[in-house]
Design a protein around this ligand. Structure first.
Ligand SMILES: Nc1nc2c(ncn2[C@@H]2O[C@H](COP(=O)(O)OP(=O)(O)OP(=O)(O)O)[C@@H](O)[C@H]2O)c(=O)[nH]1
Ligand SMILES: [Zn+2]
Ligand SMILES: [Zn+2]
Length: 226
């Protein structure tokens, strides 16, 4: 019982800070994406593939969340994009306060898009709002077609679900159509992209959709402003 109360207090406090982040992002015209997945599903690989496709059109910044190392931020910095690594120690998700602090390490007036890679964890990152505009889940198809039913929350909370590593499908016995059905059962609104960061299949389609989201958001923001 105590634990439940404590958790709801933590989540409430986080919501308040996330709302502040959102106001800040809107004021600075920064579109923010929160990438979530279980460990190793391919978040950093998706970021690399996405950045290569959009970096000439948008001014990018990346926040990396990890328990220990700066390995992921090093991979992003190698692409010439400003990257800041939050090392959470034992905390298995990012929260709004950590993102707020990380923002001090960026020139926020020079950002169009902020890409956030959450800590690899299939459960609690989806509970912590960061003030983002878009939530994207990366799922490694080889983990099984049934996982959306067993771990529904992150699938439910994401606007886009990237079904990664489809190059491995022939070896895994997982049926893509069944996996897609299960994602849609949990989240009928989800936009699903089967992709492979190894072969690059499906990534162009994902980036077309992403660009469209960003442009729609910009137009809505301008309409509200005028
Ligand atoms: N075969 C195959 N391997 C992939 C694909 N995408 C990523 N990988 C591999 O999967 C492993 C994990 O990829 P990452 O991009 O580091 O995954 P991540 O979600 O960022 O991992 P964490 O940050 O540790 O949670 C790496 O060895 C990648 O090379 C893919 O589409 N196909
Ligand atoms: Zn990563
Ligand atoms: Zn956690």
């Amino acid at each position: 019982m105590h634990q439940v109360t404590l958790e709801s207090n933590i989540l409430e406090a986080n919501e308040a800070l996330a709302a502040e982040n959102q106001i800040f992002f809107n004021r600075h015209n920064i579109f923010v994406i929160n990438f979530m997945s279980a460990p190793g599903a391919g978040k950093t690989s998706v970021l690399e593939a996405t950045i290569k496709r959009i970096k000439s059109d948008y001014r990018l910044g990346v926040i990396e969340g990890d328990l220990m190392t700066t390995l992921d931020a090093d991979r992003i910095a190698a692409l010439g994009v400003p990257a800041y690594q939050i090392t959470t120690g034992t905390v298995c998700h990012l929260d709004a306060k950590m993102v707020h602090h990380a923002l001090h390490h960026f020139k926020v007036n020079d950002l169009d898009l902020l890409l956030i890679e959450n800590v690899g964890n299939l459960v609690c990152p989806a509970e912590f709002n960061l003030g983002e505009d878009l939530r994207v889940m990366v799922y490694s198809t080889v983990e099984g077609a049934e996982k959306p039913k067993k771990y529904p929350f992150m699938f439910h909370e994401s606007q886009a679900v990237l079904l990664n590593k489809i190059d491995l499908l022939p070896y895994s016995g997982v049926e893509l159509a069944e996996l897609e059905r299960n994602v849609l059962e949990v989240n009928p609104e989800a936009k699903i992209f089967p992709i492979s960061c190894r072969t690059q299949e499906g990534l162009d389609e994902w980036v077309v959709w992403l660009r469209n989201c960003v442009e729609t958001h910009k137009q809505n923001a301008m309409a509200n402003f005028s």
